[in-house]
Design a protein around this ligand. Structure first.
Ligand SMILES: [Zn+2]
Length: 190
């Protein structure tokens, strides 16, 4: 949150300075033009240009703040990749996206000796998102306002999200770890 406030503060200062510089240059340019060509430019035109500069600067600031807000809710990139070989892979899909959930069975293996203890499952990692039609990796682009656009390069699906592919994988990992902990593999296997 502090980083977000710092970023917004820095961008507000940059916007304020660039607006002040653009406005001063406009006024200076008009004065120079009037003096050089000995004409009088109606001040309402000058004011209109300044208003346009201010509107553009404010809308750009809003765009940057929105983008920072979205950056701020992303999950950090994974520094290490798991080398554990999964015991099973669950394929989860809806109309827009598909994931492969790599599951480890019984991460507490010594429990096997007790017959009455259910095997435990955990998610090692998640692959995806993939296209549910052709199973290609969905590509990712930032939109003008900072959202993430996910799309299949064969044009089967396109959708926008506040979250990057990495964040979506991390969220799926959390969701399915809980699902496996609560309900085991039975509800997920079909
Ligand atoms: Zn596709």
């Amino acid at each position: 949150m502090i980083k977000f406030i710092k970023d917004v503060f820095r961008e507000s200062i940059v916007t304020l300075l660039s607006t002040a510089i653009s406005t001063s240059l406009t006024v200076f340019g008009v004065k120079y033009f009037e003096k050089t060509y000995e004409i009088n430019i109606d001040s309402k035109y000058v004011i209109s240009v300044i208003v346009i500069i201010v509107i553009l600067a404010i809308s750009n600031l809003c765009r940057l703040i929105h983008k920072r807000k979205i950056d701020n809710i992303q999950e950090p990139d994974q520094m290490f990749f798991s080398t554990i070989i999964p015991d099973g892979v669950l394929t989860i899909k809806n109309n827009l996206e598909m994931y492969k959930i790599n599951v480890q069975i019984n991460n507490n293996r010594h429990h096997n000796q007790f017959e009455n203890i259910e095997p435990a499952y955990s998610v090692i990692d998640v692959d995806g998102p993939f296209c549910p039609e052709c199973e290609l990796d969905l590509k990712e682009k930032r939109t003008f306002f900072g959202l993430y656009k996910h799309y299949c390069s064969r044009e089967h699906v396109t959708f926008k999200s506040k979250y990057s592919s990495n964040s979506m994988r991390e969220h799926k990992k959390t969701d399915y770890n809980k699902e496996l902990r609560d309900n085991g593999i039975k509800n997920l296997s079909d």
